[in-house]
Design a protein around this ligand. Structure first.
Ligand code: GAL
Length: 341
């Protein structure tokens, strides 16, 4: 009797809360290009942790790297539409059709990580993009290497292993035509040359952001250029870690003095730099195999997405979020360099 009374009282107390949840529940569809991509996984986890679940009900779709699958997922969702879609398109060119579809249904869209063409994004005023400025990442990688080589293009230090005054290197690239791989690669080269450094690109290989592909491709790279290699630029950490693994098997990174970590003074140490700031990359920096990374700030990107979602879904002006909305469309986050001391 007493128990029943307490339960009824609890129910009455909980009622306004429950009503509020149901009333305030906004359905948000999160569409990932590939749920196995470690950077995207981390960014998704950040978003999920930042969305207030008493207001939002996020549903995550994983396209497993197929635009066809993503299109089907979007079609399926439109049968029972969400209030807002947050989309990491598989193919940035696929954004054109996606925007037209969402415009027809009047469902706002926030794209992230893979940037649609500007001419597509301007098709509708209820679509936005949140991402990082790829230029910065390439410039920061180049600057880390410039300072490692002594900072003076006329007097390279001992990291110019063959002493020819030229930095010989390879670039491991992400997906072809992805804005991050194209721009990061270009900026590494342009920054070195702008600062007066001679850089000889021995080869560049595409490894699609993937550790295993980079590991595989490094075999050939080392066969052809292993003797004269002085630096490895990777468009992301996963590929840098794959390259390091293969290089380790091929005799690089010896713990020469047996102190348990790889020092720059150890024989066969050459700098490898990545981008993203994954926890495994930070561990590799501590171990001494990875020289540096550039942090792709997923916490701020998730924060900007959640802020924008909040403004859009509560009918506020998206320009009024704490983040700068460039051209009424873009939120850009900064990268941060992180290198071994
Ligand atoms: C980049 C990131 C890569 C990969 C890619 C996927 O920004 O650095 O690691 O996640 O996005 O689009």
């Amino acid at each position: 009797m007493r128990k029943g009374y307490v339960r009824a009282l609890l129910l009455i107390l909980a009622l306004p809360l429950l009503t509020q949840c149901v009333k305030g529940e906004k359905r948000v569809g999160i569409f990932l290009y590939n749920g196995e991509d470690p950077f995207v996984q981390g960014l998704n986890a950040e978003m999920l942790s930042q969305f207030d679940r008493t207001i939002y009900r996020p549903v995550v779709y994983d396209a497993q790297n197929s635009q066809v699958v993503q299109n089907e997922q979007i079609e399926g969702m439109l049968e029972d539409p969400v209030d807002l879609a947050i989309i990491n398109p598989v193919d940035r060119l696929g954004a054109h059709a996606i925007i037209r579809k969402f415009r027809a249904e009047n469902i706002p869209v926030i794209f992230f990580n893979r940037q649609p063409l500007e001419r597509d994004l301007v098709l509708w005023d209820r679509c936005f993009y949140v991402g990082a400025t790829a230029e910065q990442a390439g410039q920061m990688q180049a600057r880390m290497i410039i300072s490692l080589f002594g900072g003076d293009p006329k007097r390279l230090n001992r990291f110019d292993r063959n002493g020819d005054g030229i930095i010989q290197g390879v670039i491991i690239r992400g997906e072809q035509s992805h804005q991050d791989s194209e721009i990061r690669t270009r900026e590494v080269r342009d920054t070195l040359s702008r600062e007066g450094f001679s850089f000889e690109l021995l080869t560049s290989v595409i490894a699609n952001w993937n550790r295993k592909e980079a590991y595989d491709k490094m075999e050939e790279v080392l066969n052809l250029h292993g003797d004269i290699l002085e630096v490895v630029f990777a468009n992301n950490d996963e590929m840098a870690l794959g390259a390091i693994e293969r290089m380790g098997e091929r005799g690089f990174f010896h713990d020469g003095n047996g102190n348990g970590r790889i020092d720059r003074t150890d024989p066969d140490w050459i700098p490898v730099v990545g981008i993203d700031g994954l926890s495994e990359a930070i561990e590799a920096i501590e171990r001494g195999t990875l020289f540096g990374t550039v942090i792709n700030d997923s916490t701020s990107q998730a924060g900007a997405i959640v802020d924008l979602a909040g403004a859009i879904l509560s009918g506020r002006d998206p320009e009024e979020t704490p983040d700068d909305l460039a051209g009424g469309k873009y939120v850009w986050t900064d990268y941060y360099p992180l290198r071994a001391e």
